[in-house]
Design a binder for this molecule. Structure first.
Ligand code: GRF
Length: 203
């Protein structure tokens, strides 16, 4: 099934770019129906325009609650007939409102091997802890932060001389590889969620 993808961003949009390129090259059976940013200055908006994808800015300020903002998000996504939502550096926590509108169809990428180092500054957390291996995780989104069933993971070594920046860069290269691949598994309809486990994921 061709995904009608909504991509939510807040920043520079390198994962968004990887998704757009994969779709253009037919490695990913998806139409990017909407790129939505909560921040007007997100660099990813320019990435989207460059690839001819529709964009929308929906600032999160001024809503009475997280649920109210999420209802506006759902409306924007529905208006573009979105059926699958990919979070790509979106910096807002989601309420159940969005998850209930797209059950089993919201995915996220995180720059660590979950369940290790959830939340902000995952690369810094990995360096501070002293792990020798970290990586990237694509997972279904549930109501807990960086918690839902895992679709794909990739391992990245930590070097002695790594800084947060050099490690982030090495992880990002893997993110760009596994995010489109994980979305393609979703498009192919071959993923099955059994409790916490996803059958048919990567690798
Ligand atoms: C990535 O590291 C992603 O794992 C995290 O936010 C960052 C987004 O980067 N959730 P970009 O905007 O895709 O370049």
């Amino acid at each position: 099934m061709t995904l009608n993808l909504g991509v939510l961003i807040s920043g520079r949009g390198t994962n968004l770019r990887a998704i757009l390129v994969a779709a253009a090259e037919r490695r990913l059976d998806a139409r990017i129906a909407l790129v939505l940013s909560n921040r007007p200055d997100a660099g990813g908006l320019e990435v989207a325009r460059h690839h001819g994808a529709p964009t929308q800015v929906l600032p999160h300020q001024g809503y009475a609650s997280r649920a109210a903002y999420d209802a506006a998000l759902v409306e924007a996504l529905r208006a573009r007939a979105v059926d699958t939502v990919a979070l790509a550096g979106f910096d807002r926590l989601l309420s159940g409102v969005l998850l209930k509108a797209f059950p089993g169809r919201v995915v996220n990428i995180h720059p660590a091997l979950l369940p290790a180092f959830p939340g902000l500054h995952a690369q810094r957390q990995a360096l501070d802890y002293g792990v020798r291996l970290t990586g990237a995780t694509v997972h279904f989104v549930d109501e807990e932060v960086d918690h839902g069933p895992i679709i794909a993971q990739a391992v990245v070594p930590v070097r002695d001389d790594d800084t947060e920046e050099t490690l982030a860069e090495r992880i990002l290269a893997e993110e760009h590889r596994i995010y489109p691949a994980a979305l393609q598994l979703l498009a192919s309809g071959r993923l099955r969620v059994e409790g916490r486990r996803v059958v048919g994921g990567l690798p």
